[in-house]
Design a protein around this ligand. Structure first.
Ligand code: WTA
Length: 652
């Protein structure tokens, strides 16, 4: 199996960008703006703040510190993000422009909303939430398929000052329950069911299971009718959205929000423990996503923009909903999957909707590349002007296919590196300003000062490889972990004091281009979905026959990384196919189908140091089939364990 991780993308030649006189950023402008953003960050970010309509304009720009950790941007500013995404465009006379286009799982099942329509819909949803008792500061869990009402619910929360916590519809009831409980969310917005690839996802039933199995008492569950599937409605708790919306006033005012008032919580996986509720606030996030969207996608009015991410992930938050709408873009939302009803679905949709800008994940690109060029070539992609990638490293081979076949060798390709915690794009080439290097994300965005450090925290200069840190705050940075600021400090600011540590390894080449090499912690990236190996381990050890588990990633040619689980059973237990099936089912139940193990390796023992610490480095090497390079095994309590593991390894 070939590794999709670029081995040495720094050797890739630079590809000149197309020339476009209409671009928002020429090479010279980038140089000037980038220098200005580091020389005078307050001046630069005061200027960018003009992308937002503030009810009180901020005078204090950046008051952030990494030691002690206290991040604040525009703190005396006041705004409403929903107003900025919707109302102001209507007031400016653009109410007739298309804001959102939705296509369902079934091809051609299309609904679109103008900014006028969106304003009406958002006020209805905001009014419904208020009627049910939601107020400023309350947490609202959104567990939705990719339908218009998902985006509308996010905007409605922003309108009334409620804090949304979107939970991806592919997460199991267990995972949903944990996320509802962690932020003490008393309101849930869901749908009867969702559709993905012709299959029904029983969202409302999952909500019922989450609440009932965990004895969670919520104020209200608002249910959007989508598929028409049968659901059970609990009297007094569950409400059909349309029924409530029919009773509310046509208008619902925007709550004035402080720039540092919370906007949303989004759960993401880390090295240890349960997923963390990453908290973003209002003003800085708004400026950051508005600015990054403007420059990275070089968006021009009237264009159709499509980001294929689900709103359950940060990419869906920043670049399906907030970034595009702040820029008065037309954003396409898609409920389905790339291979249904066949592998040309993306290209069919690009053709039918006249998509100009297309943004997707390497895992989808690799899967579609495998189907050959024909499904792409059957469609007219002449409207495509810019294509992008996000979520995991893209190998040069997939990059080149994307550029050659989808972009016809003409469009710029942007490979955007960022994280849930960064709120928006941090490293990317800009489409008409920079030459592209397949496999390398490229250059830092305005205001971003990346540092590569060695294990001891020494800053490395020039062309080098190290751990990627960011030296100073930027407006879109997460402010804390909900309810656990210590964990925020520990996770991101304690490895290298005074710096934000990303958890990623990175190379910088002679041209100053950054290439992300992948996580250096116990987080794996499976099809662009971040997962903590500890979460999978916790699920496996719930099985009564399992004594211990250790989970690592291994290179997977479509998914980027696969999930490899080492499992030790209780004394006297034997592994069999039934147990394998039970363990896979258990992980799906605890987390969701995205975490299904690719491989279970039963072993009588795990390699441990004399102090009892599992040597994951060795487990990773064995899973990667790189057993010639195990390194120092002298600290192992019982070196024979390694030989047994190698012998027992099944090639995956
Ligand atoms: C990885 C998704 C290489 C990286 C926006 C990061 C990438 C993690 C890229 C964050 C990229 C994201 N090239 N790696 N262009 N984009 N990553 O929080 O390991 O879901 O730390 O945010 O994905 O994943 P998250």
């Amino acid at each position: 199996m070939t590794s999709p991780t670029p081995q040495d993308a720094t050797a890739e030649a630079l590809i000149a960008p197309p020339v476009d006189p209409e671009t928002w950023c020429t090479p010279a402008q980038y140089g000037e703006l980038y220098a200005a953003s580091l020389r005078d960050p307050d001046g630069f970010w005061a200027l960018q703040a003009d992308r937002i309509d503030w009810s009180a304009k901020p005078t204090r720009i950046n008051r952030s510190s990494f030691d002690p950790v206290d991040i604040r941007w525009y703190e005396d500013g006041e705004l409403n993000l929903c107003f900025n995404c919707v109302d102001r465009h209507v007031f400016a006379g653009h109410g007739g422009d298309t804001a959102l286009i939705w296509e369902g799982d079934t091809p051609g099942d299309v609904r679109s909303l103008t900014y006028d329509d969106l304003l009406r819909e958002v006020q209805a949803m905001a009014g419904a939430l208020k009627t049910l008792g939601a107020q400023k500061g309350d947490r609202v869990t959104i567990y939705m398929p990719m339908v218009l009402e998902g985006a509308i619910a996010m905007l409605a929360c922003a309108r009334i000052g409620a804090v949304h916590s979107v939970v991806f519809g592919g997460f199991s009831p267990e995972a949903l329950a944990g996320r509802i409980e962690d932020c003490a969310s008393r309101f849930i917005v869901t749908a009867d069911a969702g559709m993905r690839g012709g299959k029904t996802v029983p969202l409302k039933a999952n909500v019922d299971a989450a609440l009932e199995q965990h004895g969670i008492d919520v104020e209200a569950v608002l249910v959007v009718r989508h598929t028409g599937s049968d659901v059970t409605m609990t009297e007094g708790r569950d409400h059909w959205y349309r029924d409530v919306a029919a009773t509310v006033p046509a208008t619902c005012p925007c709550e004035p929000m402080g720039a540092e008032d919370p906007l949303f919580i989004l759960y993401t996986s880390g090295s240890t423990g349960k997923p963390k509720g990453v908290l973003h606030t209002t003003g800085g996030y708004a400026v950051w996503v508005a600015t990054t969207f403007h420059y990275a996608f070089d968006y021009r009015p009237g264009e159709v923009y499509w980001c294929t991410a689900d709103i359950g992930w940060v990419t869906g938050h920043s670049y399906s909903v907030y970034g595009p709408l702040l820029n008065r873009a037309t954003s396409l939302l898609f409920e389905g999957v790339p291979n249904y009803p066949d592998h040309s679905r993306f290209w069919d949709m690009c053709e039918r909707h006249g998509v100009n800008i297309f943004y997707t994940a390497p895992t989808a690109i690799r899967a579609l590349m495998r189907e050959g060029d024909a499904p792409v070539e059957r469609h007219d992609l002449s409207a495509l002007r810019l294509i992008g990638s996000v979520g995991e490293p893209i190998n040069p081979e997939a990059w080149r296919w994307y550029h050659r076949v989808v972009g016809k060798g003409q469009t710029p390709v942007i490979d955007t590196w960022w994280q849930t915690e960064t709120g928006g794009i941090m490293i990317t080439t800009l489409p008409y300003a920079h030459a592209m290097r397949p496999g390398s994300a490229g250059l830092p965005f305005f205001g971003i000062d990346p540092e590569l450090v060695d294990a001891d925290g020494n800053i490395l200069d020039g062309a080098t490889e190290g751990n990627l840190c960011i030296a100073a705050s930027w407006p879109g940075q997460a402010r804390t972990v909900y309810g656990d600021h210590d964990r925020f400090v520990q996770t991101y600011f304690s490895t290298y004091k005074g710096k934000y540590f990303t958890g990623d390894g990175c190379k910088r080449d002679e041209d100053g281009y950054y290439r992300i090499t992948g996580r250096v912690d116990d987080v794996i990236n499976v099809s662009g979905h971040r997962m903590g190996t500890a979460e999978v381990e916790s699920a496996l050890v719930l099985h009564p026959r399992v004594a211990e588990a250790a989970v690592v990633g291994f290179p997977h040619d479509i998914k980027g990384q696969g999930i490899y689980c080492y499992v030790t059973l209780n004394v006297g237990e034997e592994a069999d196919d039934a147990l394998t099936a039970e363990l896979k089912a258990l992980v799906r139940k605890e987390i969701g189908p995205i975490a299904t193990p690719d491989h279970l390796h039963f072993t009588p023992a795990l390699p441990k140091t004399r102090s009892g610490k599992i040597m994951r480095r060795i487990l990773r090497k064995i899973a990667e089939n790189d057993v010639g390079a195990l390194g120092d095994t002298s600290t192992l309590a019982d070196p024979a364990v390694v030989d047994a593991l190698i012998a027992g390894r099944r090639v995956v």
